[in-house]
Design a protein around this ligand. Structure first.
Ligand code: C2O
Ligand code: CU
Ligand code: CU
Length: 500
């Protein structure tokens, strides 16, 4: 593996604070690098796994057991994960728009959990309010989270989550959302994909079957024995102070495998890319032309028309649905996806094995998506994301406040558009529950190249203002807006609002 400058620095034992280098006013990454001690494989030696599709127990009904499992993520070593069904990532839900999915979650772990469907148009009772804990079945659990229990709907052993899926086809994901402990619990494995399909999408001649591939990207660090390294703070939630900018790690996992390799035919593929990292941003690019990314969808489903990108900047929790055409390559060619924000560090490799026929195409019109015009006299709200005092220690705040599950920061009327503006100090990937939004402007100009379509998470860069148009419908209750850098989220960068 080629050593990047950062890896080299880390290898010499120097601490590297990616955000505090002083010279660069707008670094590409907020976070602190964690370095593995385990023996790591050569990149592109482990095959790309595809998470299994979850099977229902009866039509539209599912049962998931959250349990520990010991998995071979690095060849020759075992890593203990907290997994949905013991998997890393969890199984993929593949469901139809408009059909309610009922999921029984069973907690056989030793920590409380909370399930959230990210991107879901979900009633509040199933949205994963951070205090609606599911306590472990066995009754034995750590006591670190006890102070967080007031005010939540706490269940023990198992809990039913209901997802109406009343929304367009899109790439959603589910993950843990326990107050103060989301970052370590997602890091250890509590995340997976939830795909919604509909007729509008079915009609398109897109690559499908084994030419439709999910790519769930996340970075992790491993101790010598193969266990995950995570710098949890002692005696309080969140991370050690040195990591409050976010935990970034030196091993890139795709679908749970380190720098994997995947064989492809010389045809078009549909890649559903999710950045499931706690804090790392990626700028994905190819090491050799002419491959590029033709974006067909974003967080909230299909775009109106395809958008071409040489590289893809993807912040934590964002999804990009893209088509990549390998037909210009010859059998035997290798095409590597690299991260341009980390000196072209490897991500995964495609090996073109053979020519094959291809009946797919990318229509110029993908969907009925259209940009919505903001009505006159619209309500505007500002959400300021800044470093600050969170519960007596250094942390992160929204509008000057640490997360408070009791006091709502806003009451928002259903069925009317509002313009929300997100204002930052450093990088903050901002996520809103319940409804998708359209990006109206960035730094006073039009939306950026990665802002197309319906989104639920937007990459807000340092000292930036991003305005979005949002409208909540159908469900009254308590919902969240937060930073999806999970270390920031756990260190209080979250706010509650109520839809009325
Ligand atoms: Cu993906 Cu509130 O989270
Ligand atoms: Cu969410
Ligand atoms: Cu943040």
């Amino acid at each position: 593996m080629k050593l990047s400058r950062r890896t080299l620095l880390a290898a010499t034992g120097a601490a590297v604070t990616l955000t505090s280098c002083g010279l660069d006013p707008s670094p590409a990454q907020s976070g602190e690098l964690l370095r593995s001690k385990a023996k790591l494989p050569e990149p592109f030696t482990v095959p790309l796994p595809i998470p299994p599709v979850k099977k229902p127990t009866a039509p539209d009904r599912y049962r998931v057991v959250q349990r520990k499992a010991s998995l071979e993520i690095l060849p020759g070593l075992k890593t203990e994960v907290l997994g949905y069904d013991g998997l890393f990532p969890g199984p993929t839900f593949d469901v139809r728009s408009g059909r309610t999915t009922v999921v029984e979650q069973v907690n056989e772990l030793d920590v409380p959990t909370v399930l959230h469907l990210h991107g879901g148009h979900t009633p509040a009772a199933s949205d994963g309010w951070p205090l609606d804990l599911l306590m472990p079945a066995g009754g034995h659990h750590d006591h670190s989270g006890h102070h967080t229990m007031q005010g939540g709907d706490v269940k023990t052993g198992s809990r039913i989550y209901t997802f109406p899926n009343t929304q367009r086809a899109a790439t959603l994901w589910y993950h843990d959302h326990r107050m103060d402990y989301t970052a370590p619990q997602v890091y250890r494995g509590l995340f997976g994909l939830h795909l919604i399909r509909d007729e509008e999408e079915d009609r398109l001649p897109l690559p499908h079957g084994d030419r439709e591939i999910p790519l769930v990207i996340a970075d992790r660090a491993f101790a010598e024995d193969g266990s995950f390294i995570y710098p949890a703070a002692k005696g309080r939630p969140g991370v050690e102070s040195a990591y409050m900018e976010g935990v970034v790690a030196d091993v890139t996992l795709v679908n749970g495998a380190p720098w994997p390799v995947h064989e492809v035919d010389a045809v078009r593929y549909r890649l559903r890319i999710l950045n499931a990292a706690n804090a790392r941003r990626y700028e994905l690019g190819f090491d050799r032309g002419p491959a590029k990314f033709v974006q067909i969808g974003s967080d909230g489903g299909l775009l109106g028309a395809p958008v071409e990108h040489e590289t893809l900047v993807i912040a934590p929790a964002e999804r990009f649905d893209v088509i990549v055409d390998f037909s210009a390559y010859k059998p035997g060619d290798e095409v590597t996806v690299v991260n341009r924000l980390d000196e072209n560090a490897p991500v995964l490799r495609f090996k073109v094995t053979r020519r094959a026929s291809d009946d797919s195409s990318i229509p110029a019109k993908l969907s009925t998506y259209s940009a919505i015009e903001a009505p006159k006299g619209i309500v505007k709200r500002q959400w300021r994301f800044r470093r600050g005092n969170a519960g007596g220690h250094h942390g992160w705040t929204i509008n000057g406040k640490a997360f408070d599950p009791v006091n709502m920061q806003a009451q928002v009327k259903l069925d009317q558009y509002e313009i929300w503006s997100f204002v930052t100090d450093v990088h903050h990937p901002v996520h809103v529950h319940l409804a998708p939004f359209q990006v109206l402007s960035r730094r006073g100009h039009g939306p950026g190249p990665y802002d197309a379509g319906w989104k639920d998470t937007v990459d807000v860069r340092p000292a930036e203002v991003v305005e979005v148009l949002v409208k909540f419908t159908a469900h009254k209750g308590k919902y969240l807006i937060h930073c999806h850098n999970l270390e920031h989220e756990d260190m209080a960068m979250m706010a509650a609002f109520e839809t009325i």
